[in-house]
Write a protein that binds this ligand. Sequence first.
Ligand code: CIR
Length: 256
Amino acid sequence: MRTIAVTRELNAGIGNCELTFLPRSEIDFGRAQQQHQDYQSALASLGCETVVIPAPSGLADSVFIEDTALVLDDFAVMLRPGVASRRPEVAGVAEVLRQYKLLKAIEAPGTVDGGDLLCVGSTIFAGLSTRSNQSGIRQLSNIVSDYGITVETVETAKCLHLKSAVSEVAPGTLLINPDWVSSSTFAKFELIPIDEKEAHAANALRIGADVIYPSSFPRTIDKLARRGLNVVPVDLSELQKAEGAVTCCSLIFSTP
Ligand code: CIR
């Protein structure tokens, strides 16, 4: 099996990105491009074949490709992002994914952002957020139930997406900010709480046995390393100004 990482070029208009919790601050486009390049190099260094989709003009947030699709073993679900400005991103991603997977789709009035979907084994935890609604999560549940996958809804309030608050760093081991999501929801897993001085530190991208992770959270990096995890640090400081994180810049999946 090959591991594919689909990414999308940075859009020159990223300064006009959607913002929910952060105030707008100037993004250095050249630096953001270099950081995005380094992120793609980190994926390649861990054995991913990277497929880069060009950036369409006018779609400020298109680098955050995770929000457009959920890619599973047997099929992909094209999502319907919660903000209207991001919905035109989906078509270009579908064109690429259809080369690898059967496509299904979330339809209006449903909305789901991929950042709200945390897959752990045969469960998908779906964040009910400002971006993902009941209709979208119900549609997703109906689609995946035929394949033995269960969807559990998790309410989120203090952060953009569920995966801002919790992500998987090893099979059955979750990195969590317990102030942003209830630990009891994930009681059956091993939980690593972030360092409390690093509120945004719960988003990590697991690639097999390795973890791509922002260099801006050194205290939490120490915790992950002490747990025996191999952390591959990346500097994403410019994309963090757009409320981006490590999971949101790629779609990772296996294919024969
Ligand atoms: C947005 O607000 O939609 C973008 N500025 C950031 C999206 C980040 N996506 C993610 O973490 N999955």
